[in-house]
Write a protein that binds this ligand. Structure first.
Ligand code: ASP
Length: 435
């Protein structure tokens, strides 16, 4: 069976088994010993450990992968004077797609009115942490110590450092060429590690989802059904309609091909709820299966995972309207424009880890003059939405990468058109050693 199918089956099985455990724990009067075994032995023990090991192994690859692939990309572009235009195009598209995402979210939420018939303002509690000053945010992009940046996983700092190294390599003559060869080999090795890990993904994905669904109170969705399904509807609309239109009109590429190749990436994004942890798989997929040259993908994917969060912006747009309606506050035209601007910027500032979109929502609400404690209202359903919006976040990165790569001629149409290339993971070569 193909790896993609195995991952998808593991996903479905994890959701089912987890929900079953949840139903057992909440629906039956189990003997104490059995309950303890399920809660502590299985959910909080076995599946938790397996899931955490899986996420740790994914994260382990992020820093080496971003560093080497960006150095390779920048060094192969450095002397062609395309670095600047590529960076500008990428940034412009990332910001534009996010602004579109919030706008669509605001329009839909305005029409559907998810919070209109609700009166639960009194039950909301949420403490917002004050955001750091803008000057600090800017200064912090530039690393004073690259080793610390890597040790702490500061993605934007690593990007700046890698771009500088890559650019210098391309201008350093013979020594530059020698070291570029080393980084290219290094990149091939790290990519192989990603593929090995992908072969193990069905187990990791299964464990993560069993634990999440066993613990998730899906009952909260019923109370917040209109909010929940408005966010889901806009996420689907953005992923399948807006991205399709953009990909067709700006790159002339088939959205269907993109979606079929994104399936394993979605499974990773959904089960980890982290664009950061999914990054190795996104990068591997756009380079190996979609034919984007490393000179573009090595830059756009790490940057996108860090600053481009269309799904998060959608949640923030719908949440803003929802909270305003619950509190009976009318959003003026100025407030709506403020929401579009701040949600776009908040998406830049949202770290690529689970749940942060909810924290930066405080910023958006604050700017729009809405009560920040309103976030407390939507906490209960946020984890599931986080999983879904992370899948949209990583899709946005892939779409923009394809558009930029196509426009720069850094794209291999043959690889993109190929079907079944996802099975590049050789099960014999990459199967873990039997102990
Ligand atoms: N979990 C999201 C991501 O990593 C961020 C968020 O919306 O909380 O992409």
């Amino acid at each position: 069976m193909s790896l993609t199918n195995r991952i998808l089956i593991a996903m479905a099985a994890g959701i089912l088994f987890g929900s079953l455990l949840n139903a057992l724990l909440h629906g039956l009067a189990l003997p104490v010993g059995v309950r303890d075994f399920i809660e502590q032995g299985l959910i909080g023990g076995f599946f938790d450990v397996l899931g955490r090991i899986f996420i740790a192994s994914l994260k382990l690859l992020v820093v080496p992968l971003v560093l080497v692939s960006l150095i390779c990309g920048a060094s192969s572009l450095g002397d062609s004077a395309r670095m600047g235009p590529i960076a500008l195009k990428t940034l412009g598209l990332y910001l534009a797609t996010t602004a579109i995402a919030v706008t669509v979210a605001l329009v839909f939420a305005g029409i559907i009115g998810p919070g209109e018939s609700m009166d639960m303002a009194a039950s909301a509690t949420f403490e917002a942490t004050p955001p750091p000053p803008l000057s600090d945010v800017l200064v912090n992009i530039f690393p004073s110590n690259p080793v610390r940046a890597m040790a702490e996983g500061e993605m934007l700092q690593i990007i700046v450092f890698a771009l500088l190294v890559g650019y210098a390599i391309s201008h350093a003559g013979e020594p530059g060429r020698r070291i570029a060869g080393f980084f290219r080999d290094f990149e091939a090795v790290v990519m192989k590690m990603v593929e090995i890990l992908m072969a193990l993904a069905p187990y990791g994905v299964f464990a993560l989802l069993v634990k999440l669904f066993a613990q998730m109170g899906l009952g909260a969705i019923l109370d917040l059904a209109t909010y929940f399904f408005t966010v889901v509807a806009v996420l689907l609309l953005h992923a399948f309609v807006v991205y399709s239109l953009l990909l067709r009109s700006l790159a002339g590429l088939s959205p269907r091909k993109l979606f079929s190749k994104m399936r394993p990436v979605w499974a990773f994004a959904f089960s980890t709820a982290s664009s950061g942890a999914t990054l190795p798989v996104t990068l591997n997929t756009v380079e190996r299966r979609m034919g984007v040259h490393n000179s573009v993908a090595g830059f756009t994917i790490p940057l996108g995972a860090t600053i481009n969060m269309d799904g998060t912006a959608i949640m923030q747009g719908v949440a803003t309207v929802f909270i305003a309606q619950v509190y009976g506050i009318d959003l003026s035209a100025t407030a709506l424009v403020t929401v579009i601007l701040t949600a776009t910027l908040a998406s830049v500032g949202t770290a690529a880890v689970p749940g942060v979109g909810l924290v930066t929502l405080a910023l958006v609400l604050g700017q729009a003059g809405l009560p920040v404690e309103g976030i407390g209202l939507i906490l209960g359903v946020d984890r599931l939405l986080d999983m879904l919006r992370t899948a949209v976040n990583v899709t946005g990165d892939a779409v923009v990468t394809l558009i930029v790569a196509k426009s720069e001629g850094q794209f291999d149409a043959e690889v993109f058109e190929q079907v079944g290339r996802q099975e590049s993971v050789d099960p014999v070569e990459t199967s873990p050693p039997t102990l």
